[in-house]
Design a protein around this ligand. Sequence first.
Ligand SMILES: Cc1cc2nc3c(=O)[nH]c(=O)nc-3n(C[C@H](O)[C@H](O)[C@H](O)COP(=O)(O)O)c2cc1C
Length: 431
Amino acid sequence: MPSNKLSDIFGISTFGESHGPAIGVLIDSPLPNIDFPSEELLQALQRRNPQLSFTTARNEPDQIEILSGVMDGKTTGMPLCLIVRNLDARSTDYEALKDVFRPGHADFSWFQKYGIYDYRGGGRASGRETLARIIAADHVKSVLGDIDIHITCTQIGELKAMSQKGDAANPWHWPCSQTFPKLMSYLNEIQKSGDSVGGILRVSAHNVPPGLGDPVYEKLSANIAKAMFSIGSIRGIHFGDGLLLAEQTGSQVNDQFINGKLASNQHGGILGGVSTGQDISYDLIIRPVSSIRIPQQSLDRPGQSRQISIQGRHDVCHIPRIIPVIEAMLKLCLADAIQYQKLVSAQSQSLAGFRESLDKLDAELIQVLAHRAEIVKQVKAFKTKQGLPPQDPEREKNIQDQCSALAAKLGLDPHLAKEIIKLSIRISNLC
Ligand SMILES: Cc1cc2nc3c(=O)[nH]c(=O)nc-3n(C[C@H](O)[C@H](O)[C@H](O)COP(=O)(O)O)c2cc1C
């Protein structure tokens, strides 16, 4: 399934591997007249790659190269293609891992799926892939208006922040100055032992307009969860009061209306999959990274047991590097929902708005045809293997008749609908 596309509205795709020539992003329908690159973007890239004691020692300058879509420092509205070259990849670190699956990483499952695996830095399963998302998110920020995103770290490994109200202006977003020195010595111990730790992050977005999200398969909560889980190492998401909701009663957890206003926000600002206008808030559970120096039992490609100890440049705790990625993914998700809402709401009842909606539907039609062609290709391969004839004229006639009857029911011309299905079969067969 096509799976490297981030947003249908802006047509964002990302590409590249950790030790390939570059990581990149293509934005098919960018906003025109946006300053690029912005100072904020350069700062966000810096935050993703902070060169701290407990994060990877890989030292990449992360310079953006513009391949298209920018003139005189502004986007032109034409496809925006940007790359960041990988200049400090050391694939030799990974030679020892060439034939061995790292326990807990994506090697084993991806090898089972594709029969090949880019062991050099984890390929596209590497945290480095996420830098393309940060570039993409910067591009959509003007759509977000005054939405303001805050992320606080409430737990790292077994250490919990005692106060969550403090100033979290440190790369770890640790809100508790009292326990900060303890956190540093804890991470030091973990580093010395060759192990790694994860943690819990509290994410909140303020000034989110009400009405974002489309039940039932495009609920805002579902799309945020999907966006978060697309980031390597996310293991859980709890909206609002999260686990507490399971042990309380309805009367305790209902957000009541007092004096015409919602008086509490125990569900994290989304009800029925649609934003209420309250702050969106959720906790994210982050696993410890899997690449550790401590020797572990593993398996090699031929199926023999092997012991490995991973020596590359890995994060002991990647919390500082994942925070900007989480922020970027939430921005992308909210920007999509806002743009879509604009398309369908009264604000877009203009010729330009209608045209935008029609163009989007036409593009979707072509995507459906491409998806169909892909499945037909698989059917053909399956039939060839089984020695079955490639075409089944009777089945094709049946589906044409069924679709033409459906079109008649929906008030469309049944003959033209039949022709469209015939064309769709033809175009699939040409691929
Ligand atoms: C910003 C970032 C940095 C990461 N750094 C590392 C790392 O140094 N070592 C590692 O083994 N995994 C690291 N990961 C996690 C892996 O990408 C992730 O565990 C892997 O793709 C497997 O996916 P899963 O954990 O979702 O199953 C990082 C992830 C992110 C988002």
